[in-house]
Write a protein that binds this ligand. Structure first.
Ligand SMILES: Cc1ncc(COP(=O)(O)O)c(C=O)c1O
Length: 477
């Protein structure tokens, strides 16, 4: 390909992306085809001779389109998935063109610099001590693992055990305390780290899913002789609830050898909003923190964030013993802070998103989503048969219909099929619930009202179908 061909390819691709984004707000929100159907179009015999790149890309865009989910759009409320602010999309394109390897400073001083500065801004926004070390993993899930690996190192080092060199064979025991509502990735991290998913003690949670500080204090007192890893949560994936981090930090501080990790995948962003900051009060006293930029900050996938107060523990836990990885000691080496070695330079998109939003923009984004979640809850509370199950203090809303699992599932399916909005389901306190997460930068009050109207219509249709079935079965008797 000539330089001119490449330029044409990239311009045409930019036009495709621009068309996609322009049509996004009006698009059927959920996918219109499943993977098997999309794969039928993609599955041609692998060509012997390569094909024209522009034709390949144009065809790819056309072939996968019905399988795309408008999760970057304004009426997607599934999981906790934000959109991508324009500066992050554009910076990510450049990242692809630059093709930097963020593993080592020598491979890209630019990537190391962006990661350094973006990390400093993140710590500032999220009330994390400025001298904590940080890394950019794929997401908060692996961020949890990195933070907990640093904990494992420090807790065992303090009792004279080198866990990186010797593993856990014959190691002193480490007690792990997690909230009853800990995110699944905390369990996965325990699994990866050899600490055992089922060995962790689950600390009782309150009715919103927040860990009970009194129960944690009791559990810590019961493990007074052991090193203890405590994993707390800022932002429950269903209800948005927060563990009481201040009292939790007090209890951890009273223990002779304990570490507090905070999983704040989206909830930690409350720290960036003065009105919400009380929800995470005490998080600044933790030892490690994990969050996501690809959720509420609306950086495109993927970009997680982890920070660790004890820089040496962080570095020791992630150390890679390879002679050719020349750690200069002064420069930032990306591989020292995450599990990955070679990886994408996530710092550029993160830097661009933060700079384009500014502190006000981040505050406004988080605050706006919370206001929109409350609006959704208020509108849905007046829908006959609908019941909001959680205290809507953040961006998450749980709704149940007709106090019935099947009816609730039916409403969710109807909304998804209708294409006006998309939200998933969950099980909350043994009940099936619709789970609405307001996390996208493009969502407006009009989108909330439009989505709420779609939900109301789906609830009426579900009721109508139920009555018809009941009428039919009565007549059949
Ligand atoms: C509380 C919490 N922790 C961790 C994660 C995992 O984040 P990711 O999938 O970005 O790794 C999530 C995802 O929703 C979450 O809500």
């Amino acid at each position: 390909m000539t330089a001119n061909d490449i330029e044409v390819l990239l311009r045409e691709t930019a036009a495709l992306a621009g068309d996609y984004l322009a049509a996004l707000p009006g698009r059927h929100v959920g996918a219109r085809e499943d993977a098997a159907t999309v794969a039928q179009r993609l599955r041609v015999p692998l060509p012997e001779a390569g094909e024209d790149p522009l034709a390949v890309v144009q065809r790819l865009a056309r072939d996968v389109d019905p399988g795309l989910v408008a999760s970057a759009g304004p009426r997607y409320f599934g999981f906790v998935i934000g959109g991508a602010v324009p500066a992050s999309v554009a910076a990510d394109w450049l990242t692809a063109a630059w093709d930097q390897n963020a593993a080592v400073h020598a491979a890209s001083p630019a990537a190391a610099a962006a990661e350094q500065v973006a990390g400093e801004w993140m710590k500032h926004l999220l009330a994390i001590p400025a001298d904590a070390s940080h890394g950019l993993p794929t997401g908060a899930g692996l961020g949890n693992m990195v933070g907990m690996a640093a904990a494992r190192h420090a807790l065992l080092d303090r009792v004279g055990w080198d866990v990186e060199a010797r593993g856990l064979y014959g190691a002193p025991q480490v007690a792990v305390l997690i909230g009853d509502e800990a995110h699944a990735t905390v369990l996965t991290a325990l699994q990866y780290l050899g600490l055992g998913r089922d060995r962790a003690t689950r600390v009782a949670a309150d009715d919103q899913g927040g860990m009970r500080a009194d129960a944690l204090a009791d559990a810590l007192a019961g493990a007074a002789d052991l090193p203890v890893l405590v994993c707390a949560q800022a932002g429950n994936v269903n209800s948005g609830a927060f563990d009481p981090l201040g009292p939790i930090a007090d209890a951890v501080n009273r223990h002779p050898n304990a570490w507090l990790h905070v999983d704040g995948a989206f909830g930690l962003w409350a720290a960036a909003v003065p009105r919400l900051r009380h929800l995470v009060a005490g998080s600044e006293r933790a030892d490690s923190w994990a969050t996501d930029a690809h959720k509420w900050l609306n950086v495109g996938y993927d970009c997680g964030f982890v920070a660790v107060r004890d820089v040496d523990a962080h570095r020791a836990a992630m150390a890679t013993p390879a002679s050719y990885l020349m750690a200069s000691g002064t420069n930032r080496e990306g591989w020292e802070w995450v599990v990955d070695s070679s990886r994408r330079a996530r710092g550029f998109a993160l830097y661009a998103a933060l700079r384009s939003l500014g502190r006000d923009g981040v505050r406004d984004l988080v605050e706006r989503c919370c206001g929109l979640a409350r609006r959704m809850a208020d509108v849905l509370a007046s829908v006959p048969g609908a019941r909001v199950l959680n205290d809507v203090r953040l961006n998450q809303v749980l709704v149940r219909f007709g106090d019935d699992d099947d009816r609730t599932r039916d409403v969710i399916r109807r909304v998804q099929d209708g294409g006006e909005a998309w939200m998933g389901g969950t099980t909350w306190r043994g009940m099936v619930a619709m789970r609405i997460s307001v996390s996208g930068w493009q969502t407006t009050e009009a989108d909330i009202d439009r989505a709420a109207a779609a939900i109301e219509a789906a609830a009426r249709a579900a009721d109508g179908a139920l009555h018809r079935r009941q009428g039919g079965s009565r007549r059949g008797r």
